[in-house]
Design a protein around this ligand. Structure first.
Ligand SMILES: NC(=O)c1ccc[n+]([C@@H]2O[C@H](COP(=O)([O-])OP(=O)(O)OC[C@H]3O[C@@H](n4cnc5c(N)ncnc54)[C@H](OP(=O)(O)O)[C@@H]3O)[C@@H](O)[C@H]2O)c1
Length: 195
């Protein structure tokens, strides 16, 4: 049983992750999000909600106290967000970080070049890779809403396989990572539906 802080808890993947944590684990969740009215707390015994911006480092540090795993599900100015999370983790001594990025940040998708649009993803991944945290960076393919758990993974340095993956599959992997302190530590992992 551990404590998991979910930053960006209203994100599309995070909402699947929350359901899976509640249904399949006994973990306690702290949901950190900008507008807490957007989520209904179905299980007040296991879920705490904190309203805050990821760039508010003092609030983030407070939210991190007592957590075992930090799972960041963010979009937007990812470089600054990564810096903020790393600073708060360093200050609070928490090591385990699961960070959602995107396929294509290492130009690893055969036949595709995504160019500057992925720069925030590249720069934020680099910030995390340059720390001594026990990070796992996930690089999923295009999300689908198919109700299935069906995925395979590739490591940094290998070509990405496939193109898409269901949100539910990414959520399944995140919950497994949060339960397994040794799994894919200091790895950047591509996630796709097998073709
Ligand atoms: N769509 C795809 O096919 C695809 C494929 C691969 C990777 N990705 C990437 O995977 C990541 C996760 O995807 P997703 O669909 O779950 O993302 P999402 O639904 O866009 O969620 C991102 C969350 O980040 C939160 N956020 C943004 N700025 C924040 C801040 N300053 N402080 C606190 N929270 C903040 C947003 O909060 P609010 O609710 O307050 O706006 C939102 O809930 C994204 O970076 C996405 O681009 C997407």
């Amino acid at each position: 049983m551990s404590n998991v802080l979910i930053i960006g808890a209203n994100g599309s993947i995070a909402r699947h992750v929350i359901d899976l944590f509640l249904n399949e684990t006994d973990h306690y969740l702290t949901l950190y999000l900008r507008n807490s009215n957007r989520l209904i707390n179905m299980e007040p015994n296991r879920i705490k909600t904190i309203e805050g911006d990821v760039l508010n480092i003092e609030k983030l540090k407070e939210a991190m106290v007592g957590q075992d795993v930090i799972y960041a599900n963010l979009a937007g100015g990812l470089e600054q967000m990564a810096k903020s999370i790393v600073e708060a983790m360093d200050a609070t001594g928490i090591k385990r970080l699961i960070w959602i990025s995107s396929m294509g940040i290492y130009d690893e998708v055969p036949g595709e070049k995504y160019g500057g649009i992925l720069d925030p993803y590249r720069k934020s991944a680099k910030i995390i890779e340059d720390t001594d945290l026990d990070y796992t960076i996930l690089r999923p393919g295009w999300f689908t809403n198919i109700d299935e758990i069906d995925y395979e993974t590739t490591q940094k340095g290998e070509p990405f396989k496939g193109h898409e993956v269901s949100r539910k599959s990414v959520a399944d992997l995140i919950v497994k990572l949060a339960q397994s302190p040794e799994m894919e530590v200091r790895c950047s992992v591509g996630v796709n539906k097998p073709e």
